[in-house]
Design a protein around this ligand. Structure first.
Ligand code: UDP
Length: 327
């Protein structure tokens, strides 16, 4: 039996693929390489190029390989882009997931792990967010993912099918062994962008919004190392294989850092200046998002091992330098 990793040529999916093959699992990666990079896929995984929503693609993968679980990363992930082009998000995230879930039920694949997001919470009142508040996404990205969670819940009630949805906070850093990392061209996420600015790829980093209700007025996020995130997926897989119930878990450290704190940490780690420019808020950006991950720690026994902002930045920066030296 094999694990199907959709989006396995992408940032988080490629880390998950390495983690699975490292522990001896058979892995099939499905990716259309729209943002993924073939070179990031572990050579020990079977690679299939294809788009989930296209007719026949999923059926062919699920009938050609004995798949016991799906880990679904494929999708679009940039909040401002989702505001500008919502249909892309409902197509790539919601509609593609509907097709994938339906195919799983048709082929008897009963275990499903889903990449969800803290963006389902919108602008929560709570400073540290537990899973059981009512989700209220404020952008199409968050809505496209929340709809997928709802589909998973409904399908799990109707069929012999169980899922774990992991609501990621801000994922950053790279494989400590240097095999993969965030490689998307024109990436917009803060830590990657700040590392690229330190390396001189950009003349300055824009700070989007200085008037949020946060200690220094800039956005606060819970940055989590990709290796700890991947560890949560492995625990979720073991949980489902062991007959565990469907559930939704936050994945974050419970500690927030502002944009300015991240910029200072990048300067400290790299020893290089990160020039900044103050810009207006981005559309759809909440001020603060920090995870209460006690459910994940209690139920799946998740123990973060890389909870250190500078350590996260160090691996991200190492990866960025490696990308640089390949150009
Ligand atoms: N941010 C910023 N400049 C950038 C990229 C991001 O000021 O070039 C801010 C953004 O407004 C948010 C935080 O950094 O407060 C994290 O943004 P990111 O895009 O990394 O992730 P998101 O939280 O939007 O998923």
């Amino acid at each position: 039996m094999a694990i199907l990793v959709t989006g396995g040529a992408g940032y988080i999916g490629s880390h998950m693929t390495y983690a699975l093959v490292d522990r001896g699992e058979k892995v099939v990666v499905l990716d259309n390489l729209s943002t993924g990079v073939l070179g990031l896929v572990s050579p020990e995984a079977r690679f299939v190029e294809g788009t989930i929503g296209e007719p026949g693609v999923i059926d062919s993968v699920l009938s050609q390989h004995e798949i016991e679980a799906v880990v679904h990363f494929a999708g679009s992930i940039v909040v401002p882009e989702s505001v500008a082009n919502p249909s892309k998000y409902y197509r790539n995230n919601t509609a593609a997931s509907a097709a994938l879930i339906e195919a799983c039920v048709r082929h008897g694949v009963r275990n499903f792990i889903f990449s969800s997001t803290a963006a389902v919470y919108g602008m929560p009142q709570e400073t540290v967010v537990p899973e059981d508040i009512t989700p209220a996404p404020i952008n199409p990205y968050g809505r496209s993912k929340l709809m997928t969670e709802w589909m998973l819940q409904d399908v799990s009630h109707a069929h012999d099918f169980r899922f774990v949805a992991l609501r990621y906070f801000n994922v950053a850093g790279a494989d400590p062994a240097g095999r993969t990392g965030q490689s998307t061209p024109n990436a917009t996420h803060l830590i990657k962008r700040a590392c690229q600015t330190a390396l001189g790829h950009y003349p300055y980093l824009e700070i989007f919004g200085q008037d949020f209700d946060t200690p220094d007025g800039t956005g606060v996020r819970d940055y989590i190392h990709v290796s700890d995130l991947v560890a949560a997926h492995l625990l979720a897989l073991d949980h489902l294989r062991g007959g565990g119930a469907s559930n939704i878990f936050n994945v974050g450290y419970g500690q927030g850092f502002s944009v300015r704190q991240v910029v200072s940490a990048v300067e400290a780690v790299t020893g290089k200046p990160v020039p900044v420019r103050e810009s207006p808020r981005r559309l759809g950006d909440p001020g603060m998002l920090v995870a209460d991950s006690s459910r994940l720690q209690d139920r799946l026994k998740w123990k973060p091992e890389h909870n250190d902002l500078k350590g996260i930045i160090r691996t991200a920066y190492e990866w960025e330098r490696r990308l640089n030296s390949r150009v």
